[in-house]
Write a protein that binds this ligand. Structure first.
Ligand code: SF4
Length: 92
């Protein structure tokens, strides 16, 4: 089943029309863990990450975020597609 990630962070490199994330994959981690990781540590290595529990949504972050004007959009192996997860033209 294709995933469908909604996101309103419009200055992210992976942000797409209609508030959709166009990243090939993302990883969400606790703020505490994410702040300690370099930019090249991201979703492509997520299966090796430790569990990072959080107390509320305010303590989580999208580690895949990178500003659209950054020169680091290619450091983590995540790619940007023209269609969201699954490559289908979803209507909802
Ligand atoms: S990578 Fe994260 S912050 Fe960027 S559009 Fe996707 S979900 Fe939003």
């Amino acid at each position: 089943m294709p995933q469908h990630i909604h996101c309103t962070v419009s200055n992210c490199h992976y942000y797409g029309h209609g508030n959709k994330c166009m990243a090939s994959e993302i990883v969400v981690v606790s703020d505490e863990f994410g702040v300690k990781q370099p930019d090249n540590v991201d979703a492509t290595q997520a299966s090796t990450f430790p569990a990072t529990p959080a107390g509320s949504c305010m303590e989580t972050c999208c580690k895949t975020f990178v500003p659209s004007d950054s020169n680091k959009t290619n450091v983590d192996g995540v790619t940007k597609s023209q269609s969201n997860f699954g490559g289908t033209n979803r209507t909802r």
